[in-house]
Design a protein around this ligand. Structure first.
Ligand code: PMP
Length: 394
């Protein structure tokens, strides 16, 4: 049996990481992999996470199974963080999942099981794992226009035009904030127009929110999700704590299913539990418990929010520095979009050839779609990158 297996295509980002590791140039810069790094290039354990873990070590008396949806307190804390009071709690079913990827995967499986004819619409481009999991599960999927190669903002007219072609019952996958990989996002007026279209055409939103607090602030980054969830009858939300709590390897995520009629919430909850049971049984608990400890303790929560805000402002500062350095060196405003984008990523909008030249000639590593991780920079490397971009003729 195993002898019949075929080689899987190599993961582009992992291949890039290996090339970076083997590059002897001391001036090399890694803007590839999607983890936050501070100015020293370290992905730190957040202070509040360390403290919550310390408390857990001291106070946890059992490692027995919890429940198929995880600890209900985790679900409550996360629902509150993401949705606030925008949706009645009795309309929301929630289950812990292994990371945001686990939530995305469970959501796609749920769609596949209940609406096999629904097409899932994803932005062009989107996080590559969206498309790869959809294809793996055999879920019909297609793209809607999103990134405007000219302005490097959102091609909003194109997006609405394409979504107007979706059929009733189709699922529209939206990034709640900090679009990955482009960094280009809708404003609230545009989100309202999307909501109107969803309602008009009977489309079901699925929101992937993986960077709350990395864009404009914790509340601001949840605004689109809250607007959509409170306006439509049904909605799926896949959330990740990997970035905003820095708990990447703990695999901490949540899938929410919001139903029109509170009388149906129990059935939705039962289905989320069932999906967990079939795929991995009980979800991981450690990261979820750390997150719950932080969100339910006033002091820890405030400290976490402060550290997250410093992280956000640090990335914003780097964006502004890079945009102004590029303006100075190129004598044009064509890179202004870098300061407009939000989150950890920006898509430069250049060709794979140019990306390869940045690597070969300047030791600058980014994904071939020209996505760069802003957090891979620091004050010293920003001018080096800006010069390389201009020298390469991008
Ligand atoms: N959705 C998006 C858009 C992402 O960028 C990521 C992380 N790269 C995830 C979901 C899932 O993250 P994780 O599984 O690490 O929590």
């Amino acid at each position: 049996m195993l002898i019949k297996l075929k080689q899987q295509p190599a993961d582009k980002i992992l291949a890039l990481m290996a090339m970076y590791r083997d590059d002897p140039r001391p001036t090399k810069i890694d803007l590839g992999v999607g983890v936050y790094k501070n100015a020293e290039g370290v992905t730190p354990v957040m202070r509040a996470v360390k403290e919550a873990e310390r408390r857990l070590v001291e106070e946890q008396t059992s490692k027995a199974y919890v429940g198929l949806a995880g600890d209900p307190a985790y679900g409550d804390a996360m629902v509150n963080l993401i949705l606030g009071t925008s949706v009645a709690r009795d309309r929301i079913a929630a289950a812990a999942t292994p990371g945001g990827t686990g939530a995305v995967r469970q959501a796609f499986e749920l769609i596949h099981n209940t609406s096999p004819d629904a097409t899932v619409w994803v932005s062009n481009p989107t996080w590559p794992n969206h498309v790869s999991i959809l294809n793996y599960l055999g879920v019909p999927n297609t793209t809607y226009r999103y990134f405007d190669a000219e302005t490097r903002g959102v091609d909003f007219e194109g997006m609405l035009e394409d979504l107007a072609g979706a059929k009733s019952g189709d699922v529209i996958l939206l990034h709640g904030c900090c679009h990955n990989p482009t960094g280009a996002n809708l404003n609230l007026t545009q989100w309202q127009a999307v909501v109107d279209l969803l309602l008009e055409r009977g489309l079901i939103p699925m929101i992937d929110i993986a960077y709350q607090g990395f864009g404009d602030g914790l509340e601001e980054d949840a605004a689109a999700t809250r607007l959509i969830a409170s306006s439509v009858p049904e909605c799926l939300i896949a959330a990740s704590c990997s970035k905003n709590f820095g708990v990447y390897r703990e695999r901490t995520g949540l899938l929410m299913g919001i139903t029109e009629d509170a009388g149906n919430t129990g059935v939705v909850q039962g289905n989320l539990n069932h999906l967990n049971r079939q795929n991995f049984s009980f979800p991981p608990d450690h990261g979820a418990r750390v997150v719950t400890t932080i969100l339910t303790d006033e002091t820890l929560r405030a400290d976490w929010a402060t550290e997250l805000e410093a992280t956000r402002l640090g990335m914003l500062g780097l964006r502004e520095q890079l945009a102004s350095e590029l303006q100075r060196l190129s004598g044009s405003d064509r890179f202004g979009f870098i300061a407009q984008h939000r989150g950890m990523f920006s898509q430069l909008g250049t060709t794979p050839d140019m990306v390869e030249r940045l690597r070969a000639e300047h030791g600058i590593y980014m994904v071939s779609d020209s996505r760069l991780n802003i957090a891979g920079l620091n004050k010293v490397t920003v001018p080096i990158l800006a010069k390389a971009i201009v020298d390469t003729g991008i």
